[in-house]
Design a protein around this ligand. Structure first.
Ligand SMILES: [Zn+2]
Length: 291
């Protein structure tokens, strides 16, 4: 199985479990689900600040410990769900629990380990299963407001919810996470990827200068104090390509996470036929000389 397929598989496995448990409302309670599986869940001050959670095996009994050094309920719910991913996904227990009987997970999505990424996909889909997430999403509007509402409904972090939003929406949207002048990562919805004629924003590229985000990130207080702004920018500034289209750009500081979340939406791309007409019109209006 390719890596991408194994992530989709982990995500689907989580959604199947939620369906199997007969859960039909949000938010999902990973603590209650662990309890039903006879998995003890313990709050534990981590000996190592980088550890977000642990899966512990003693014989055929399992326990989950989640770190309390980050005093954030959403973070802890995600950490417990990540460990449940290791418990439920086929092959994980044997792969991640060594001789010691303890697996330690690290937060931040920085791991390139296949099992860690699968468990993160599992956790996101477990807390935000598509069949429950999508119907709510249709009711909560657009842009950052929609993400904030969904985060409240799912009891998940803004960052995790924003990523899930790009996976579940049918609209043309992208979310960008930046630090200072650098783009850390970007997720685009499937429908935005499909329009063509735009370049992918690559990791570690600079934040484009003509944008709300660039101005916002000039003052670190904005990030730290979780300030939010709403404005517009241009599709071309963010993605290059030939489409000069005004889009909405909402920006919010992610507080102690130290990063900025940008939501790009209201991307009205004319359909292919209109675009052809527009191109020929532009051509007819373009003077036939060049300097
Ligand atoms: Zn892990």
């Amino acid at each position: 199985m390719s890596r991408i397929n194994s992530y989709i598989h982990a995500s689907q496995a989580a959604e199947q479990l939620i369906k199997g448990f007969g859960i039909t409302t949000l938010p999902i309670d990973p603590f209650a689900i662990a309890c039903k599986q006879k998995i003890e869940v313990l709050a534990k001050p981590a000996h190592n600040a980088g550890v977000s959670g642990m899966l512990i095996r003693v014989g055929n009994e399992f326990a989950i410990a989640y770190a309390t050094h980050i005093d954030n309920e959403q973070f802890q719910r995600f950490s417990v769900s990540h460990e449940l991913g290791h418990y439920f996904l086929p092959g994980h227990v044997d792969a991640v629990i060594g001789e010691s009987g303890i697996h330690e997970s690290r937060a931040g999505g920085m791991s390139s380990n296949r099992y860690e990424i699968e468990a993160d996909h599992f956790a996101a889909s477990f807390l935000m299963p598509r069949h429950l997430f999508f119907p709510e999403l249709k009711r909560v509007g657009h842009g950052l407001v929609a993400i904030e509402s969904m985060a409240a409904i799912c009891n998940t972090s803004l960052h995790a919810t924003a990523i899930r939003y790009t996976q579940c929406t049918r609209e043309l949207v992208a979310i960008v996470v930046s630090v200072g002048n650098q783009i850390d990562h970007c997720f685009m919805s499937e429908s935005l990827k499909a329009i063509g004629g735009i370049d992918w924003i690559r990791k570690r590229e600079a934040v484009p200068r003509n944008t709300q985000t660039f101005a916002f990130n000039q003052n670190y207080e904005n990030v730290h104090r979780a300030i939010r702004t709403e404005g517009t920018s241009n599709l071309q500034d963010w993605f290059g390509g030939h489409r000069c289209i005004e889009i909405s750009e909402d920006v919010i500081g992610l507080g102690s996470y130290g990063k900025t979340l940008t939501v790009l939406y209201d991307i009205d791309v004319p359909d292919a036929e209109d675009e052809e007409d527009e191109e020929s019109l532009i051509e007819s209006l373009t003077p036939r000389f060049q300097r």
